[in-house]
Ligand binder design. Structure first.
Ligand SMILES: [Zn+2]
Length: 119
């Protein structure tokens, strides 16, 4: 893992988790918070704002921690990882979030494509 990859991956996880939480947990109590990214205990001067319910926040911070601890120089896709580090229940939560938001983002992209063709 490199600091650039950590930033990139953390941003992606947060984006997907935020979409999921915005849609699925509308009635949950949420507080705006900021995460200051660190890599190997060094601050990276990157601050990410989020607005998640407690469940999604836990999943997000867990993923962030796992990314920080990722032992691979070139991080493989977690699905293809030879030494998966997620605990099973968390892994299930994360895949659910990624699947939902991935599909939503995919649909938005297709929609945009179609409207740009029409115009
Ligand atoms: Zn949530």
């Amino acid at each position: 893992m490199t600091s650039e990859k950590l930033i990139e991956n953390t941003k992606t996880v947060l984006k997907f988790t935020q979409i999921y939480c915005d849609d699925k947990h509308i009635d949950e109590k949420k507080l705006p918070e900021t995460l200051n990214l660190e890599f190997k205990c060094e601050p990276l001067n990157v601050a990410l704002d989020y607005h998640l319910c407690s469940t999604c926040k836990e999943v997000f911070l867990y993923s962030y921690q796992k990314l920080q601890e990722c032992e691979h120089e070139e991080k493989p896709s977690c699905r293809k990882c030879p030494s998966p580090c997620y605990e099973r229940p968390k892994w299930k939560q994360v895949t659910q979030i990624m699947k939902y938001s991935g599909m939503k983002l995919g649909l938005l992209k297709i929609k945009k494509l179609f409207t740009s063709i029409k115009n």
